[in-house]
Design a protein around this ligand. Structure first.
Ligand code: ZN
Length: 155
């Protein structure tokens, strides 16, 4: 983790904010790096849980992230993606996961989350492996977005 990586991360945070996103992965901006950033706000309708947060409450940078210890089976939740405008649909993922990574200072971090934050981590990590929400959508969700996908493919 050097100044160049820090600069990439801060530019990614900037782009994410400009696009009103809660997460952005390096491949989305054409970079072959295993980095993603996120900033997931607290849902006012959900109780704050310090031990198992569902929000990041500020920007986070994840370098070489690994996700482990999924818990709670799998649940559908509606997801969208900055790389797929106008497409939203139910994606099935574990509701609780642990992430380990390096932060922008090079320090090792290990965090566990639920809800939207856990979703966001898994969504962004998928980007690092070239996986999009379309690949993970339920059959019903995929059928619903078919027209929007065709429109995207036509450009
Ligand atoms: Zn995405």
């Amino acid at each position: 983790v050097n100044d160049e990586i820090r600069s990439v991360a801060s530019q990614m945070l900037e782009i994410m904010r400009t696009e009103d996103g809660i997460g952005l992965a390096a491949p989305q901006v054409g970079l072959g790096l295993r980095i993603f950033v996120c900033d997931v706000p607290q849902d006012p309708d959900e109780p704050e849980d310090e031990a198992l947060p569902s929000a990041s409450n500020g920007p986070q940078v994840y370098i070489n992230p690994v996700i482990s210890e999924p818990e709670g089976g799998v649940e559908p939740m509606s997801e969208g993606c900055l790389s797929l405008p106008d497409i939203r649909g139910d994606v099935i993922r574990p509701p609780v996961v642990t992430i380990t990574a390096l932060d922008e200072t090079g320090a090792k971090v290990e965090r566990r989350a639920q809800g939207l934050l856990a979703r966001c981590w898994q969504h962004e990590l998928d980007h690092l492996d070239g996986v999009l929400i379309l690949d993970r959508m339920t059959q019903a969700a995929r059928t619903k977005v078919k027209a929007a996908v065709r429109k995207l493919e036509r450009g």
